[in-house]
Every structure is written in C-alpha cells, then in structure tokens.
Design a protein around this ligand. Structure first.
Ligand SMILES: *[C@@H]1O[C@H](CO)[C@@H](O)[C@H](O)[C@H]1NC(C)=O
Ligand SMILES: *[C@@H]1O[C@H](CO)[C@@H](O)[C@H](O)[C@H]1NC(C)=O
Ligand SMILES: *[C@@H]1O[C@H](CO)[C@@H](O)[C@H](O)[C@H]1NC(C)=O
Ligand SMILES: *[C@@H]1O[C@H](CO)[C@@H](O)[C@H](O)[C@H]1NC(C)=O
Ligand SMILES: *[C@@H]1O[C@H](CO)[C@@H](O)[C@H](O)[C@H]1NC(C)=O
Ligand SMILES: *[C@@H]1O[C@H](CO)[C@@H](O)[C@H](O)[C@H]1NC(C)=O
Ligand SMILES: *[C@@H]1O[C@H](CO)[C@@H](O)[C@H](O)[C@H]1NC(C)=O
Ligand SMILES: *[C@@H]1O[C@H](CO)[C@@H](O)[C@H](O)[C@H]1NC(C)=O
Ligand SMILES: *[C@@H]1O[C@H](CO)[C@@H](O)[C@H](O)[C@H]1NC(C)=O
Ligand SMILES: *[C@@H]1O[C@H](CO)[C@@H](O)[C@H](O)[C@H]1NC(C)=O
Length: 440
C-alpha cells in the first residue's frame, strides 16, 4: 500500500452550495479535463469551504486536539515510545510537553510485567497514553488517559491491560496550568481491557443531582466490552450503560476503503484480520438531550436520549434494560465514521476516513449531508470546534501506519491540523456549559 502515492490534485477549495438536501446536483464534485481530445468528467476530490493548514506535526503523530477560549491549541498522542503524550502547540511546526515533561513521565515506566502479563502503569498523576482532549466552555482542559500504552511498536505490537489508577480523566485549569481534579474508575466500570476513546460534557447544574455536571466517555474496547462510561463530576461516581449493545460493537469483518484501497488489518506477526474498534464517535445534541454515536467500523449512525445514559444502574436496576430498549438506529450515513463534533446550530459533524471528508448529520432532514472534502484529509482523527467559528481537525495518515501494513511505516511527516470555517456563522455550543453562578 505504501508504494501508492496520493493523487496530486491541486487542493483548491471554495465556498459552495454543498449544503443541499438532495444529492441530485452532480457538480458535487466533478470537473472537466481539457488536457485530452475528449472533455471528460473526473472527481476533483474537493467540495465545501476552504481547508486551511493550521499546524504541521513533525515529531509525533497526533490523535486528539482541543482549542481553548484564548486560542491555545493542545494535542495528544497515544504512545509507545514518544517522549510525551500531552502537548501544546507552540508555533506552526512545533509542540511542547504540557503541562510539564515530568507529568508526561510516569515513574517506573509506561507499563510493568507481573508473572509474564503486562499491565499499564497505575500512576494516577502522570499521563501514560492520552487518547482524547476536550475543552468545556469554562476553558477547562479535560484529558482522557487510557492507561494502556502500545508496547513494541516496531515488532508485533500489543497493548497491556489497564491497571486501576492508570486510566483517568483529568481536568486542568488553563489559567494557571495546574491539575484541578483527577477521576479514576472502579474495576466494574473500567475493565482491564477497556479503552476510553473520546469524551463529551454537559456542565449544566441540573443534569445531575449533585450539580457538578456529567462526562460521557466512550469505551471502544477492541476486546469487545464496549459501551458508555458516565462520570458525575461532583461526586466522582462513575457507571456504564449500553455495554456490548450491538450499536456499540464493531461490525463483523468490516472492510472499509481508504484512498480507494480496500483495507484489511495486516498486523505484523498476526493473521489477516479486520478492524476491531467499537464505539468511537459520540456527540451531544444542541440541548444535550440526545447522544449521537457509532462504532468506528459501522456505516450506521445511532442515538439515545441522554436520560438513559444518566440513569445510574447502582440504584436503578432496570436502567440497563431501559437504555437497551431506547437505542435508535438512524440508518446508514454513507461510510464509516471516526470522531464527531458539533456547533452552536446543532450540526453534528462526522469525520469520514473512508471518504476523505467531513459529513454533517441534520436532524431535520434526517440525512447525512456533505460539509467538506479534500485530498489532504487522509484519516481525519479528532475534530474540535473552537471558540472562533472554525472546526479544527487532526490528520494523521493512519492507513499508512505500521500496525495496518505488516509493520511497514508509510506515514510521512508532517501530520496536520486543518481547519475550516463553520457554516452559517456557527460557533462553539456554549449551552452545555455551567451557568455563570454554576458549581462546576
Ligand atoms: C450545482 O452546484 C454548483 C456548485 O455549487 C452550482 O454552481 C450550480 O448552480 C448547482 N446547480 C444547480 C442545478 O443547482
Ligand atoms: C438542492 O439542489 C437542487 C438541485 O440542484 C435544487 O433544485 C434545490 O433547490 C437545492 N435545495 C436547497 C435546499 O438548496
Ligand atoms: C469542485 O472542485 C473544484 C476543484 O477543486 C472547485 O474549484 C469547485 O469549487 C468544487 N465545487 C464544489 C461544488 O465544491
Ligand atoms: C518553533 O519552535 C521550535 C521549538 O522551540 C523552534 O525550534 C522553531 O524555530 C520555531 N519555529 C518558528 C517558525 O518559530
Ligand atoms: C507518578 O509519576 C510521577 C512523575 O514521574 C511521580 O512524581 C509520582 O511519584 C508517581 N506516583 C507514584 C504513585 O508512583
Ligand atoms: C481557574 O483558575 C483561576 C485562577 O486560579 C480561577 O480564577 C478560576 O476560577 C479557575 N477556573 C475554574 C473553572 O475553576
Ligand atoms: C490553580 O487554580 C486552582 C483553581 O482552579 C487552585 O485550586 C489552585 O490552587 C491553583 N494552583 C496554582 C498553582 O496557582
Ligand atoms: C436545565 O437548565 C437549563 C438552563 O440552563 C434549562 O434550559 C433546562 O430546561 C433544564 N433542564 C431540566 C431537565 O430542568
Ligand atoms: C437514584 O439516585 C439518584 C440520586 O440520588 C436519585 O435522583 C434517583 O431518583 C434514584 N433512582 C432510583 C430508581 O432510586
Ligand atoms: C437542517 O436542514 C434544514 C432543512 O434544510 C435547514 O433549515 C437547517 O438549517 C439544517 N440544520 C442545520 C443545523 O444546518
């Protein structure tokens, strides 16, 4: 796969009428060649608003990102061997460990071995392998550490089980760059083979009895015990819902295409396989009453009213059954989707690695609609709507990573942060922030 080079279409993009409730306009997006004797139509690979190159990654391949109220941008990198796992963008081509190198260096290493079985570090203060970031309207940075690093990336890669304390949710106050609070998980909420993949927040005082807001975390576990993990941010109590519900499980033997190439999983030292990742993209509706979500390896979009996720199974014995009974299948959307994002108009953005694009789910038309497409979008990973009316998204060339190519690393720096203006003057959804006299 790595011998194929990306087709060198000029990455011209322009404003367009792509937000159309029909797909009958075939100029989305073909153009005509004048180079040969016949005037033939071809796919330009682009539509939507201009895509700007905001940042170039030259040292580590990124996964998550978040943009702050004051324009600071943070990135995280799952590891492995990288020097740090949480960083801040310091200029157009460089990042630095955040908040310090010490907090990126768990004492005793990223993992330990007990009786021949590897476990991730159980260090509760230092970051082990950060998968996702989020910034709430009060400008708090939330850091999601899986506690499960990758071991031996160059040979047959493996991932240790999590040790309690290692997997954690950490809040950092950006005005003084210090950790405000750390949440860890009991063993019946975060399993040893759980993998916390993304996170969303509703900070309004009235979503929980305790008044401090709630976090929704997706468990994408490749080992299969997928589902949602909720955290009451005031009490620190956490619980699960939709564990192993079919809507959160990987699709059996999914074969997506990336850049037009059918993709099986080719891990060095393993038989031919398939992507195993379950529940991945998740996003709240404008008023926080609905959660949209999907597994990485599915073409289907699902939703559930958040009241069913908020219900705590520790004192409500029917809550798991009620959640199962209230999942909605919203139908296919036109491809696999990775991370989601949202804006102040209620658009739900879905990153589409199979389409080099970002789609929008519109709950009025009940359809997925095109938003932006560009040949540079080679595996859009996390996306984040900033306070400035742009959607920022990471590009990390994942289909070229060794883990999917028999150990051969075809990725080439730089990775990218791209950004595009949101449609219709949209901005960050501030509705789900704590009220000004709130307790969060
Ligand atoms: C189709 O889209 C193109 C590009 O946005 C636009 O110029 C054209 O007018 C549209 N055609 C119709 C029939 O709406
Ligand atoms: C969508 O495109 C079709 C065909 O180009 C056009 O007739 C229709 O008015 C457009 N609808 C909207 C909502 O822009
Ligand atoms: C289609 O792509 C061409 C070339 O990249 C671009 O100029 C044009 O604006 C695009 N059309 C739409 C509807 O986005
Ligand atoms: C960006 O920061 C790095 C690290 O401090 C430095 O080496 C580099 O010169 C900076 N680049 C620019 C364009 O300022
Ligand atoms: C966790 O790692 C940090 C950074 O190396 C260190 O300061 C701290 O003592 C460690 N905590 C434990 C319990 O080992
Ligand atoms: C962050 O820290 C600053 C300064 O210590 C404080 O004024 C602010 O209230 C803190 N923010 C939150 C959300 O606690
Ligand atoms: C930072 O702000 C928090 C309040 O969010 C406060 O509790 C903490 O003491 C401050 N830390 C420093 C080092 O100023
Ligand atoms: C919670 O408070 C918001 C205002 O912050 C209000 O719009 C919403 O209706 C309230 N929800 C409930 C369930 O009371
Ligand atoms: C569970 O506890 C919460 C918080 O104390 C309470 O609001 C809710 O009514 C309880 N549910 C049941 C079914 O007892
Ligand atoms: C969804 O589609 C409807 C109908 O075309 C449109 O009026 C509305 O603006 C769209 N919603 C968003 C959030 O763009």
């Amino acid at each position: 796969m790595k011998s194929l080079t990306a087709t060198a279409f000029a990455a011209l993009a322009s404003f367009s009428a792509a937000q159309n409730s029909t797909n009958s306009n075939t100029s989305i997006n073909g153009t005509f060649s004048t180079s040969g004797p016949h005037n033939v139509r071809f796919d330009t690979g682009t539509y939507g608003p201009p895509v700007e190159e905001y940042h170039y990654y030259y040292d580590q391949w990124p996964i998550g990102l978040a943009a702050s109220r004051t324009g600071r941008v943070f990135a995280c990198y799952t590891r492995g061997t990288y020097a740090y796992t949480l960083g801040e963008i310091i200029n157009q081509t460089a990042e630095a460990a955040y908040p310090s190198m010490e907090l990126n260096t768990p004492e005793g290493g990223l993992y330990t071995t007990t009786n021949g079985i590897q476990f991730g570090s159980n260090n509760q203060t230092a970051f082990i392998s950060v998968q996702a970031l989020y910034i709430t309207p009060d400008d708090t940075l939330w850091v999601l550490d899986t506690g499960r690093p990758t071991i031996d990336e160059s040979q047959a890669p493996s991932m240790p089980y999590a040790a309690p304390g290692g997997p954690k949710l950490v809040s950092i106050n950006l005005s003084n760059n210090s950790i405000a609070r750390t949440y860890t998980f009991p063993a019946n909420v975060h399993y040893p083979d759980s993998y916390m993949n993304d996170l969303r927040f509703d900070m309004r005082p009235n979503v929980t009895e305790s008044g401090g807001g709630i976090a929704y975390i997706v468990d994408s576990s490749n080992e299969g015990r997928t589902g949602f993990i909720m955290v009451d941010l005031a009490t620190g109590e956490s619980w699960r819902q939709l564990t192993q519900h079919p809507s959160t499980l990987r699709t059996y033997a999914d074969v997506p295409s990336y850049n037009g190439i059918p993709f099986y999983l080719r891990q060095k030292g393993s038989p031919l396989g398939f992507q195993q990742e379950g529940l991945d993209g998740a996003e709240l509706s404008l008023y926080g009453d609905v959660m949209y979500y999907s597994p990485l390896t599915s073409d289907y979009l699902y939703s559930i009213e958040t009241q069913y996720l908020q219900a705590n199974p520790n004192n409500d014995t029917l809550s798991a059954k009620r959640a199962f009974d209230n999942v909605k299948n919203l139908g296919e959307r036109g491809g696999n989707a990775n991370g989601f994002s949202s804006d102040s108009l209620g658009n739900v953005y879905m990153l589409m690695p199979t389409n080099n694009a970002i789609y929008i789910y519109n709950d009025t038309t009940l359809q997925a609609e095109p938003y932006v497409r560009d040949p540079r979008i080679i595996w859009p990973d996390s996306a984040n709507v900033g306070f400035d009316g742009y959607i920022y998204f990471n590009i990390n060339q994942l289909p070229y990573q060794p883990d999917w190519n028999d150990g051969v690393d075809g990725r080439q720096y730089p990775g990218l942060i791209l950004r595009s203006k949101l449609p219709d003057g949209a901005g960050k959804n501030m509705i789900l922030g704590a009220s000004t006299n709130g307790t969060a």
